[in-house]
Design a protein around this ligand. Structure first.
Ligand code: FES
Ligand code: FES
Length: 158
């Protein structure tokens, strides 16, 4: 067993895990943060996307032991004081989801994309989210949601 210390959604946590446990295993099965989904386990779908030290990563591709000392944000950590993050709000208002399975990963990737790209247009959003698959194929509304969410994030900062 390995011991890792990690800050998760603002709380310091200590986790005991196998050396070969992936980050998503620890997030879902030990931290019980089941908003992070597993759609493929092979780095294809993006359903497992979280923010590790400020960057969007696919949690099925990283060993938990590699995250010792890191800061992790999952979909459960995006809302603040029970108020949805602007990107969550936008997905809700634009109906950027159907079954919702891809949605947590899609939102985590979208927030990271908006934080790193100054000017985003629909083509840039589609390119930026190419690592996230929506099996319901609701991409039109997802792109609309990310555009609205980007605007909301900008307004929140100003
Ligand atoms: S579950 Fe990680 S990319 Fe699909
Ligand atoms: S909303 Fe169903 S997989 Fe995207």
């Amino acid at each position: 067993m390995e011991v890792i210390k990690i800050q998760v959604n603002g709380r310091n946590r200590t986790v005991h895990c196998a050396a070969n446990a992936t980050l998503v295993d620890v997030v879902r099965e030990q931290l019980h943060l089941t908003g992070t989904h597993v759609g493929c386990d092979t780095s294809q779908c993006g359903a497992c996307t979280v923010h590790l030290d400020g960057d969007a990563v696919k949690a099925c591709t990283i060993l938990a032991v590699q995250c010792d000392g890191s800061t992790l944000t999952t979909i459960e950590g995006l809302a603040q004081n029970e108020v949805h993050h602007p990107m969550q709000q936008a997905f809700n208002e634009c109906h950027g989801l159907q079954c919702g399975f891809c949605t947590p990963g899609m939102i985590m990737s979208a927030v990271d994309l908006v934080q790193k790209e100054e000017a985003l247009d629909p083509a840039g959003i589609r390119a930026g989210l190419e690592g996230n698959i929506c099996r319901c194929t609701g991409y039109q509304n997802i792109v609309a949601a990310v555009l609205q969410g980007a605007q909301g994030m900008k307004e929140q900062q100003s």
